[in-house]
Design a protein around this ligand. Structure first.
Ligand SMILES: [Zn+2]
Length: 141
C-alpha cells in the first residue's frame, strides 16, 4: 500500500469524547489511514501511549498510522491508533522517585519539563522531535 497514491478523503474520527473531522489517506480494514502528524492529537500508537505510561485499556483501534522509518532504511510501518480519552494509566512501577519522573519528562533539546514522558529513544519532547524530523527531511530533499 502506498499512502501517497491514495486520494485524500474527509472522515470523522470519534476519540471517545470528540468527533474530529479530518483528512485521511483512505481506509484500510474499515479504519481511516493517517500519515505521520496528520491524525488528531488525541490518537496515539501503543508505543506512544506506553511512553506516557498509558495503555489502550481494551479499546479497539480507531485509526491507522502509516509512516516510514528514517533508519536504517525507509521501511513502511502501519501502527494502530488508540484514543487517549479511552486509554488507562498503567500502574506506576515501584521505586520510581519524583526526581526520576522529572528527568524522564524533561526534553534533552529544549530542557523544558513536559506533562508527559519524553520517548526513551530520543529523550525529546514531541515538538523538538517533529522539528528535527522536518529538518532531516529538508536536508534530504
Ligand atoms: Zn523539546
Amino acid at each position: 500500500m502506498n499512502p501517497r497514491k491514495l486520494r485524500k478523503q474527509i472522515t470523522t474520527v470519534f476519540d471517545g469524547r470528540t468527533h474530529h473531522v479530518c483528512e485521511c489517506r483512505g481506509f484500510r480494514d474499515g479504519l481511516p489511514v493517517f500519515g505521520w502528524g496528520e491524525a488528531p492529537s488525541t490518537l496515539l500508537t501503543v508505543s506512544q501511549l506506553r511512553e506516557v505510561d498509558m495503555r489502550p485499556n481494551g479499546q479497539d483501534p480507531v485509526a491507522l498510522l502509516v509512516f516510514r522509518h528514517h533508519k536504517p532504511y525507509a521501511r513502511e510501518t502501519v501502527a494502530e491508533l488508540f484514543s487517549v480519552e479511552l486509554a488507562a494509566e498503567r500502574r506506576q512501577r515501584p521505586g520510581q522517585t519524583d526526581a526520576a519522573n522529572r528527568a524522564l519528562r524533561t526534553c534533552v533539546t529544549c530542557t523544558v519539563e513536559q506533562d508527559y514522558r519524553c520517548p526513551t529513544s530520543t529523550r525529546q519532547c514531541w515538538t523538538c522531535f517533529e522539528i528535527e524530523q522536518a529538518d532531516r527531511l529538508g536536508v534530504a530533499a
